[in-house]
Design a protein around this ligand. Structure first.
Ligand code: RP5
Length: 886
């Protein structure tokens, strides 16, 4: 159905819009600049966009098109007391019978074809408007159907957008429900231009009034013919470059045009990925050939922009001018856009990514490193340290690494990166040491940990990549894109920066570089603290020799140093988990799939790193014991942040409870004959200082008590352990080849006390040899009888036992014995003392992950020794797979 066009023009009288000097004195005259813009300047007065449009519209009406014009005019009677308030506020204007109240010349000619409605207050005279509609449509407001409301297009033009033009448009769209209400900045004016523009930019799009930024569009929408050529001068702001402009959908385009309404041109430089659908640009505007300052623009779905605003509100008072100042949001369709001002900018802004790349090219990394260090210091002082809090949290959950979906994505991404690999076969693809199936088996067992861990949280940016850091090259830095900002583990932003330095900025790497990159990554993972370049050992001399490595290394060192300055020592594990989160995520940034900017070798490097991280996390001493288990009678362990575990650190607030179990006191050997425990008064013990530890020399506290070499454990005294200092045990590792499957199996027992499976070890009794203890413990715990005279000693180590305290702990000697089938014929395992069950089992990653204390590590040590001894233990690869599974 053909649309009916109704143009409503406001206040086109001499007092408002005449350029003649005497009307320029009227307080409400919109001023020469606006008059010239709307009506045409000098000789061209009457040929500006507004009269041109109205004349063409009326010509269309003449030619039979359904176009009508309603002229609204506020006409005042100075004697009417009701109107005096308005005249007092705005000065005398449009007084009845004066020349000022007459329509300006270009409009006078249109009067015969128009409906004129005089208004006397700032409101719309609704009865007169209703009458005019009836005249035009044959129906009044109350009789219009929904279809009628959809058929009529209102175009609001004239002056005073912020008062009558605005309220008329709002009334029609939002009170009377007309679907099509259009306003164009080219056809409305005000002597308060800023207010008029912000109404058009911000309020109107949000109230679903269409703001048409180019006149061509308004003419096209309203079917007014014959104006195309004239209109080029009133096009919307031109968006360049072409490839970016054409990538915008109509909503995004309209938002950019609205944001740059007063510009003739804007150049958009995309920042960062934007693969999630959000658009982030560094913009360079132009007003008729004159450059305006660079700004940032973000356009995203409403909900996302809400998050951006939330994040901005959280940090703006902390980082001040280093956060761009947000303008008001502009919406269109499902999107919202915001323009951000870079306060104090004095140079040409560019992203840290661009700065990094230009330094790589020139092989001089100092401009980048100086700027980067400044930015890190700024974030450290104002954000991280400023909002730092201690917290116990679930590291894998907090980084969303624990979900099944994560494993599915991971396998999917690896499938794209290494399509030639059969993930189920034990194929070694990346390096000799790393096998994909092995790593994939470990990933879920590690990441499903729900153990809480002590660490630090602070406000974090949440997506701190190098395109979100902007520098103007004159010492000014801004941090943008705050939509992921929240309280998070402090490692979050630092790990993201390290991730991007390694896998995103490190362009141009090839498959041939992967071996050296693996060495580089292993070195980075070996310790949180990185030495200065000049103190790197010869083995890593390649880092200092290559400008590319030098730049990456120096930047990563800056990141790590800052992190350590915030959290102190001991945040390694969380940092590794954060690195894992981002490296896993990077695997999807596949250039070939249009999902990011990583080349295939970059993705392989990230995958290599993911594998290394998983292996490291699996190895982590802490990892299996982060729960800080304890026997049920013990008091709660004091929380010991890992950073504060070492004894050499002074921790005045560390005041753990003291606990010694009554059975220990009852078995005091100095009082009870045959007692297996030391006296409670350690001062009485002769030779306490000489007690040897497999870990090296023991330290003692100021009272002379031996100190646990693993650091603070949160409980003083001996707990359930008899001896002050090391309590020696022996752990026999028994292996066999399964007679049916041929698999290598280990003898394990399930403990009654803690329900975990472990080795059938036992505490060494007074006068007992290690082999005697092994034989006795094996018999007591599993029913097997064996002589250990011919066994191999495979190691002596600290045991991370759940009974350990600050002053008493377990240390073990590990013996290995491989049993041939003949030795096992007719032998039955049975549950023994303090044991629920005994069995021969294959060591899978899942099992290794939940064995008692650090028995998995003990088993691994035994397997390594089996490989070295190279005796008849069955298939060699069976032993290798045990090592890989732990
Ligand atoms: C662990 O406790 C040792 O590794 C050994 O396996 C075990 C001995 O203690 P009980 O089983 O006798 O309690 O630390």
């Amino acid at each position: 159905m053909e649309k009916s066009i109704i143009i409503i023009a406001n206040s086109l009288t001499n007092d408002f819009i005449s350029p003649r000097p005497k009307f320029q004195q009227v307080q409400l005259n919109v001023g020469l600049r606006e008059i010239n813009r709307l009506m045409g300047e000098g000789d061209r007065y009457g040929f500006g966009p507004l009269p041109t449009y109205l004349k063409a519209a009326m010509a269309g009406k003449q030619a039979g098109k359904p176009i009508s014009l309603i002229l609204l005019r506020d006409l005042h009677d100075p004697e009417d007391p009701i109107q005096q308030q308005e005249l007092l506020r705005y000065g005398d204007h449009n007084l009845q019978g004066t020349e000022g109240a007459e329509f300006v010349p270009p409009i006078v000619g249109l009067l015969p074809k128009a409906e004129v409605i005089d208004t006397q207050t700032l409101s719309m005279p609704i009865y007169a408007f209703n009458r005019a509609l009836k005249e035009i449509l044959g129906k009044g407001l109350l009789d219009l159907t929904i279809e009628d409301r959809d058929r009529i297009v209102f175009v609001i033009v004239g002056v005073y957008t912020n008062i009558l033009v605005l309220s008329t448009a709002t009334m029609l769209r939002n009170e009377y429900g007309f679907q099509h209400v259009l306003v164009s900045p080219h056809l409305v004016g005000s002597n308060n231009h800023e207010v008029h523009l912000s109404a058009l930019q911000i309020d109107f799009p949000n109230t679903l009034i269409r703001v048409v930024t180019g006149l061509k569009e308004i003419y096209a929408s309203t079917g007014v013919p014959g104006l195309a050529d004239h209109l080029d001068a009133y096009a919307a702001c031109r968006i360049t470059p072409r490839e970016v402009a054409t990538g915008l959908n109509r909503h995004q385009r309209s938002i950019i045009e609205n944001l740059f309404m007063v510009h003739t041109r804007v150049r958009l430089q995309p920042l960062g990925g934007g693969y999630s659908g959000s658009l982030l640009f560094l913009t360079q505007g132009e007003k008729e050939g004159v450059k305006t300052v660079a700004e940032i623009v973000k356009v995203d779905k409403h909900v996302q922009m809400q998050k951006e605003l939330d994040g901005y509100n959280l940090v703006k008072d902390l980082i001040g001018q280093h956060v761009p100042t947000f303008g008001l949001p502009v919406s269109h369709g499902p999107f919202t856009g915001i323009k951000m001002d870079l306060a104090c900018m004095s140079g040409a802004p560019e992203t840290f990514q661009a700065l990094y790349e230009s330094c790589t090219e020139s092989t001089d990394s100092s401009p980048f490193l100086t700027t980067f260090n400044d930015a890190l210091a700024l974030l450290k002082d104002n954000l991280y340290q400023n909002t730092l809090k201690e917290k116990r949290y679930y590291p894998y959950r907090d980084f969303a690494l624990h979900t099944e979906q994560q494993q599915i994505w991971l396998e999917e991404n690896i499938g794209y990166i290494l399509p030639e690999t059969d993930l189920n076969a034990n194929q070694f693809v990346l390096t000799e040491q790393i096998s994909i199936p092995n790593f994939l088996a470990h990933f879920p067992t590690i990441t499903r940990h729900t153990d809480r861990i002590h660490g630090y949280v602070s406000l974090c940016h949440g997506d701190l990549n190098f395109a979100n850091l902007i520098s103007d090259g004159k010492g000014n830095t801004w941090i943008i894109d705050w939509s992921h900002t929240d309280e998070k583990p402090v490692a979050t932003d630092f790990a993201k920066l390290e991730n991007d330095l390694k896998f995103i900025l490190n362009k141009g790497i090839t498959d041939a570089d992967l071996e050296v990159l693996r060495r580089f990554d292993e070195f980075l993972l070996s310790s949180m603290e990185l030495p200065p370049l000049e103190r790197l050992s010869d083995e890593f001399g390649f880092i200092g020799d290559d400008p590319g490595f030098k730049q990456v290394y120096s930047a990563i060192k800056a990141v790590r140093d800052t992190y350590l300055a915030v959290v102190g020592r001991g945040g390694d594990m969380l940092y590794r988990i954060a690195l894992l989160k981002y490296a896993v995520h990077t695997l999807s940034f596949d250039q070939r799939r249009g999902r990011g900017e990583c080349s295939l070798p970059q993705l392989k490097y990230a995958l290599l790193s993911v594998c290394l991280l998983v292996m490291h996390l699996k190895e982590d001493e802490l990892h299996r014991n982060i729960r800080q288990d304890k026997p049920k009678d013990y008091p709660a362990r004091a929380i010991v942040p890992q950073a504060q575990a070492p004894w050499h650190l002074d921790v005045p607030e560390y005041k753990p409870e003291y606990w010694v179990d009554p059975t220990v006191l009852e078995n005091d050997g100095s009082k009870t004959p045959g007692g297996w425990a030391d006296p409670e008064d350690w001062g009485q013990i002769r030779g306490l200082e000489e007690r040897g530890s497999f870990t090296g020399e023991i330290s003692f506290d100021s009272q002379g008590r031996p100190l646990n070499p693993a650091g603070r454990r949160g409980i003083q005294g001996r707990g359930l352990l008899g001896r002050w200092g090391p309590n020696y045990t022996v752990d026999p590792v028994l292996t066999r080849q399964n007679p049916v499957t041929g698999e290598l199996e280990f003898l394990l027992v399930q403990r009654e006390d803690i329900k975990l499976w472990g080795l059938p070890g036992g505490v060494v009794r007074e006068g007992e040899s290690d082999t005697d203890t092994a034989g006795r413990a094996l018999e007591e715990k599993s029913g097997l009888e064996h002589d250990f005279q011919s066994c191999a000693v495979v190691g002596q180590m600290y045991v991370d036992d759940y009974r350990n305290t600050d002053h008493a702990w377990m240390e073990t000697t590990v013996l290995h014995l491989h049993l041939q089938p003949s030795a096992l014929r007719n032998v039955q395992l049975r549950e023994g003392v303090g044991i629920r069950d005994a069995a021969w089992v294959v060591i899978t990653p899942e099992l290794a992950d939940c064995l008692y204390a650090n028995h998995a590590k003990i088993i691994k040590q035994a397997a390594i020794s089996m490989l070295e001894r190279d005796e008849d233990f069955g298939e060699r690869r069976e032993v290798e797979s045990v090592i890989l599974n732990i």
